[in-house]
Every structure is written in structure tokens, then in C-alpha cells.
Design a protein around this ligand. Structure first.
Ligand SMILES: [Zn+2]
Length: 326
């Protein structure tokens, strides 16, 4: 793509109005990650059928995988498909964990309506300066920006940290003022990946630090907060994967009840990646285990897509509260 492509030409919107409404009506907009056509269709059909706004999210690695030239047209295809389904939902295309100004700029110039600059592994000053640089470029083009303060444990594509460092509420106000970001990802005990906690059978996972969230809400009232690493790692999928030849014994996530509570706070965006991967893997494994002679991709990717549609609808309706809000 030689010339810059504006997201509005693709039929996308930025996250500003989405978050304003989510804040006022106390729910969270889902941000589902995707890499391929079946995932994208599963997400978009699930959100169209449950009338939910949606943030389509890709990491730098996913963008490379899908091809950076191809990707904006996938999002455009999703927009057109929603219209064809007779639905009208706001759709954003968002870069997850951008790690440099160049990557964020490249995404903005190729049709993304929102980007994240994750400078959380840098010093406060460097993180703020880098985020500000992206905000200046993005806001000139009406693209929204998500920043991050605090470090999440776990693995997400190229991002990996052994331990988490909770967000310090006393830094949030200054960071938001200095950078001009539109939303902020915080660390309150969620974690990337499907193995979020080391717990023994029967043991409860450690609760999210709602005290930190409340302190942040007090310091920046009405400001949109983002939760990463917020898959529940649904036991139903893990059980299926293990029953059909997989090995994910210690997989564990964030209980839905805690996400429900977070959705009703200043948390306006909840990221869900692992649960989508698990749903797809569970159903592909099932087909292969039950019918080893199957080799038509439609016969195993089709049921995987159907499972994703059901998962997305269930999350929007029962966990995030975004169903019916579009
Ligand atoms: Zn993340």
C-alpha cells in the first residue's frame, strides 16, 4: 500500500464514542483477537447477532501472520458482511501491544482506527514520551490510542513477562495528562495466556485487585480503563482439548464473575484472546479425533467457527454486558 488508507474509508470507527457509551451505561466493549478468516467471521457474526459493538484486535505478530497489506481488507470485509447480515454495529480495528512509534504509524497509515502503544517495560518517563509521540500522530488522524502502566505476567505473542507489577494509582493521573491517551491498560492481577495461575485442584485463583482499580477510578474519574489477559480459560474447552488428545492440564483463567464486576466499573474494554483460541482448538481436535479421515478444511474449521460465534455471544450477553448496546 503506497498511499495512506484512512479507517473511515473501510467503514471503521475509533473507540471514542464506544467508550463514552460503555462508561455511561456500565458495560465493557469486547476486544477479540484474530489471525485468520474463520476467527474474524466468528467474532463479527457473534457480535452482529448479539448487537454488540466490537474491537477487532491484532498484535504485531498477528498482523505479520495475516499480512499487513491483506489485513485492512479483512476488516473491510467484516464491515460489509455485518451490513449484509442486516446489522448495524460500530467496529474498530485495533493494534494490540504496539511496541514502537514506527509500528503504530504503519498501522494508522494502513487503516487501523485505534492503536495501543505498550511502553510499560520502559521507565515511566520513556513510556510517557513514546506514548505521547504516538498520540500526536494518531489524534491528527482521529485515531484513538491506548497506553499501558504496570506490567502483566504471562505470554502474549512476542510479549512475555515472568511476574506482574501492579499499576501504581499515583502514577495514572500524571501519565494520562502527559500523554493525552484515550484509554489505559492497567495491571490488577489479570495475566496473558491460558496458564494464568499456578493453583492446586480445588484451590481458588487469587482475586483481581479491585482496590487498585477503585483508587485509579478516584484519581481519573470517567476515564476508560482496559483489562488485558481477561480470558476465563473456559473449563469446558480445556476439558474437550484434553479429552481429544490435547495436553493442557494446568490451564486456568479469570472467573467470569470477576470480569462481570470489572465490566460495571470504569473498565470499558476487555481483551479476550485465549478463550477464542481454546474454542477453535477444542472443536478442531474433536473432528479429527472422531473422524481421522476428514481432510476438508471446511469440515473442521466450520465447527470451530460455529463454536466461536456461540462463545462471543455468550461473553457479550453474560459477562461484558455489551449485547444489545450497538
Ligand atoms: Zn495484552
Amino acid at each position: 500500500m503506497s498511499e495512506a488508507m484512512n479507517y473511515k474509508n473501510l467503514g471503521l470507527v475509533n473507540t471514542r464514542e464506544m467508550f463514552k457509551q460503555a462508561m455511561a451505561e456500565r458495560y465493557a466493549v469486547p476486544a477479540y483477537n484474530f489471525n485468520n478468516m474463520e476467527q474474524l467471521q466468528g467474532i463479527i457474526i457473534g457480535c452482529a447477532e448479539s448487537k454488540s459493538p466490537v474491537i477487532l484486535q491484532v498484535s504485531g505478530g498477528a498482523r505479520k501472520y495475516a499480512n499487513s497489506v491483506f489485513l485492512p481488507y479483512m476488516a473491510m470485509g467484516a464491515v460489509q458482511m455485518v451490513k449484509d447480515l442486516g446489522a448495524e454495529i460500530p467496529i474498530a480495528l485495533h493494534l494490540d501491544h504496539g511496541d514502537s512509534f514506527e509500528l503504530a504509524k504503519s498501522c494508522i497509515d494502513s487503516g487501523f482506527s485505534s492503536v495501543m502503544l505498550d511502553g510499560s517495560h520502559h521507565s515511566f518517563e520513556k513510556n510517557a514520551a513514546l506514548t505521547r509521540q504516538v498520540v500526536d500522530y494518531a489524534h491528527e488522524r482521529e485515531v484513538t490510542v491506548e497506553g499501558e502502566l504496570g506490567v502483566l505476567a504471562g505470554v502474549e505473542d512476542e510479549v512475555s513477562h515472568e511476574v506482574s507489577h501492579y499499576t501504581k494509582p499515583e502514577e495514572v493521573e500524571e501519565f494520562v495528562a502527559k500523554t493525552g491517551v484515550d484509554s489505559l491498560a492497567i495491571s490488577i492481577g489479570t495475566s496473558h495466556g491460558a496458564f494464568k495461575f499456578k493453583v492446586k485442584p480445588g484451590e481458588e485463583v487469587p482475586p483481581l485487585r479491585f482496590d487498585i482499580l477503585e483508587e485509579i477510578e478516584k484519581r481519573v474519574p470517567g476515564f476508560p480503563i482496559v483489562l488485558h489477559g481477561a480470558s476465563s480459560v473456559e473449563p469446558e474447552y480445556v476439558k474437550m482439548i484434553n479429552a481429544f488428545g490435547g495436553k493442557m492440564d494446568d490451564a486456568v483463567g479469570i472467573p467470569a464473575e470477576q470480569l462481570r464486576r470489572a465490566s460495571q466499573s470504569a473498565v470499558c474494554k476487555i481483551n479476550i484472546d485465549s478463550d477464542g483460541r481454546l474454542a477453535i482448538t477444542a472443536f478442531i481436535r474433536k473432528v479429527f479425533a472422531e473422524n481421522p479421515a476428514e481432510f476438508d478444511p471446511r469440515k473442521y474449521l466450520g465447527p470451530a467457527r460455529d463454536a466461536l460465534i456461540e462463545m462471543v455471544k455468550r461473553k457479550n450477553e453474560q459477562v461484558l454486558g455489551s449485547a444489545g448496546k450497538a
